[in-house]
Design a protein around this ligand. Structure first.
Ligand code: SAM
Length: 204
């Protein structure tokens, strides 16, 4: 099954709070974005945003230059419906982050929670990093949250790659200067925990 079909099926059959990655608010992501976005006009893309409430929370904080990309049109439609008229303030992209032709130097903040760890081949990861390097402006920031060394080995029935600070930053390379990293124990809606590892980088 293609990745697009897989994710459309997940989102067509589960409510937003019935998936392991759900949390009501992405507090860690919001804190990193707060540290990276100069002001509310900063251009922010949420890569693999799914049905998360990050875009709602960024809009309510006044951010005005937001894009959400996801491979699943079902997830994008659910999020647009939830936002109602506010959805028109966001640019929506249904695309595979490894295949999309991103515009150069267009983004101040690249955010990804729980997407990069699904890229299990080096060529997928290289394509992702090439896209981030192309589209994030010099002086911009990249926030990536992936499963940590003690995180799950599978998610949503798919194999994942787990990372520590060195291996996650290592995928991005020296143009991405590591500013900070942190581990987080995510409480799933099912009462279990998942270890995440976040890297926060500046693009030089
Ligand atoms: C585990 S969910 C995380 C969703 C959201 N970031 C969050 O934290 O709630 C992974 C998301 O990545 C999307 N995704 C998976 N592979 C992708 C790809 N190659 N390109 C774009 N989106 C992808 C899925 O559709 C899904 O919405």
């Amino acid at each position: 099954m293609s990745a697009q079909l897989h994710w459309d099926k997940v989102y067509a059959t589960k409510a937003p709070n019935e998936v392991s990655w759900f949390r009501p608010h992405l507090e860690t992501s919001l804190a990193f974005i707060g540290r990276s976005a100069g002001d509310c006009s900063a251009s922010i893309i949420d890569v693999g945003g799914g049905e998360s409430t990050l875009v709602d929370d960024l809009l309510s904080r006044g951010y005005s230059n937001l894009s959400v990309l996801d491979i699943s049109s079902t997830a994008i439609e659910v999020t647009k419906t939830r936002l109602g008229s506010l959805a028109s303030r966001v640019q929506w992209l249904v695309a595979d982050v490894t295949q999309e032709k991103f515009p150069a130097n267009a983004v101040d903040v690249w955010h990804d929670r729980a997407v990069f760890h699904f890229l299990t081949t080096q060529s997928q990861r290289n394509a992702y990093v090439r896209n981030a390097a192309k589209t994030v402006k010099r002086g911009g920031h990249v926030i990536v949250g992936a499963f940590g060394p003690e995180g799950p080995v599978k998610c949503s029935g798919l194999d994942v790659q787990r990372y520590d600070e060195g291996s996650l930053h290592g995928e991005f390379g020296s143009r991405f200067r590591l500013i900070d990293s942190m581990k987080e124990l995510h409480q799933t809606p099912f009462g279990t925990t998942q270890q995440f590892l976040y890297c926060f980088c500046a693009v030089e």
